[in-house]
Design a binder for this molecule. Structure first.
Ligand code: NIG
Ligand code: FE
Length: 389
């Protein structure tokens, strides 16, 4: 049976304002018809056409599957000891990345692939149906290329992050390393990547180096996104806007000029509250961005150093409590906002023609994602019409 109808949806948040009430396009007592992996009908349950199998949402709320537009899933090992030390007072620094680079280089392909699969399964159970995956723990031509080739086996949203940090063998020779990233490493990685990224921050790459990396990627047809303004205010956000980045990510430390640049652009500000939580940093002020007219996305930043959570629901709860977003804004940012950050129109929304990526909650509203933090509210998940949970 390729067609089915999901009915008894207490509240459907489509993320398409033309389909229902308010900015989330909400419909009460709704139904969705799915055929061959796509949505073919959305509307009030009383008007739903007959279409194969009938699945009940049990009166729960249905959302598009979460779009996690920022994750670092190609790695081996963890850094629980570093986290424990941090909670006891040791500050986070970009230098910790080197620990994961060593374990990742030493891991066979099968171990890295199994890790990606395990984390993606965890994300799927949590309601996430689109995931971006970055390289950045290889930092040699061969290790970056294999990281991206492995990631490509799981998602088309792959990001070359050879400029994550200067590896130990290039200590004191950052410009030489940038030469490698923009030369042989880009040659080896571009075939497996859609996006080019750079960590432009204290302890990583400065403005000139970041510009060189992003421009080299652009020249190869990759689209830029930037790790910017996580550890301190700096040039990353404005550089990303200047170069037409799809997204600038973190945005924890912003000055007025950063907000103004974003407001006058099509660049999305992707906020990663799991990283601020796990590094015990200040939180970005989403209210300031949204009120200025900036498009805001929420993502997990799932990685073993700064944010080892795969839970978009947890990030939504943090966004509401700590970033001063409304529950509706946070849910939009975790779905349609993530899709905007990846320049995708087929996900993050429930409308005719969209991929049938659906998260069914056991709660009557999406508000419960923030109102009941830490509680597993996901009843079922569909990705392209296939049930993941
Ligand atoms: O997005 N900020 C840079 N990169 C990651 C952290 C990587 C790590 O600590 O291993 C991030 O937070
Ligand atoms: Fe990151």
């Amino acid at each position: 049976m390729t067609a089915f109808v999901i009915t008894d949806i207490g509240l459907l948040a489509t993320m398409d304002p033309s389909l229902g009430d308010g900015p989330l396009g909400e419909i009460s007592d709704a139904a969705i018809v799915v055929e061959r992996g796509a949505v073919i009908w959305v509307g009030p349950a009383a008007q739903a056409p007959a279409a194969g199998a009938v699945i009940t949402a049990g009166g729960g709320c249905v959302l598009p599957g979460f779009v996690d537009s920022h994750a670092h899933l190609v790695f081996a090992g963890d850094r629980a000891a570093e986290f424990a030390a941090r909670m006891a007072g040791t500050p986070y620094s970009a230098g910790g990345i080197a620990t994961t680079v060593a374990t990742t280089r030493a891991a066979p392909d099968e171990v890295l692939a199994a890790g990606i699969a395990r984390h993606l399964a965890e994300m799927g159970r949590g309601g996430t149906t689109t995931v971006e995956i970055k390289s950045g723990y290889g930092l040699t031509v061969a290790d970056e290329a294999r990281s991206l080739a492995l990631a490509r086996g799981f998602t088309r949203e792959t990001t070359f992050l050879g400029a994550h940090v200067v590896p130990v063998e290039y200590a004191g020779r950052a410009d030489d390393y940038v030469g490698l990233v923009t030369g042989a490493m880009l040659d080896g990685c571009a075939p497996y990547a859609k996006w080019i990224d750079v960590f432009c921050d204290r302890g990583a790459f400065d403005e000139d180096q970041a510009r060189a990396v992003l421009q080299a990627g652009i020249a190869r047809g990759l689209v830029p996104r930037v790790h910017a303004n996580q550890l301190e205010a700096g040039p990353g956000v404005r550089l990303g806007v200047e170069l037409g980045a799809a997204s600038v990510d973190h945005c924890t430390h912003l000055v007025d000029a950063d907000v103004e640049a974003l407001a006058g652009s099509t660049t999305v500000a992707t906020l990663l509250p799991g990283a601020d939580f796990s590094t015990r940093s200040p939180y970005p002020d989403a209210r300031r961005l949204i009120d200025a007219g900036v498009t805001v996305a929420i993502a997990t930043d799932c990685n073993p150093g700064s944010s080892y959570t795969s839970s978009m629901a947890f990030c939504i709860a943090l966004a509401v409590r700590e970033l001063r977003m409304t529950p509706a804004e946070a849910v939009w940012s975790a779905t349609a906002g993530g899709a905007a950050a990846l320049r995708r129109e087929d996900v993050g929304v429930i409308r005719v023609g969209a991929r049938a990526d659906l998260t069914i909650l056991r709660s009557p509203s999406y508000v419960h994602l923030a109102y009941r933090p830490g509680v597993d509210l996901v009843a079922a998940v569909y990705r392209a019409g296939r049930q993941l949970r």
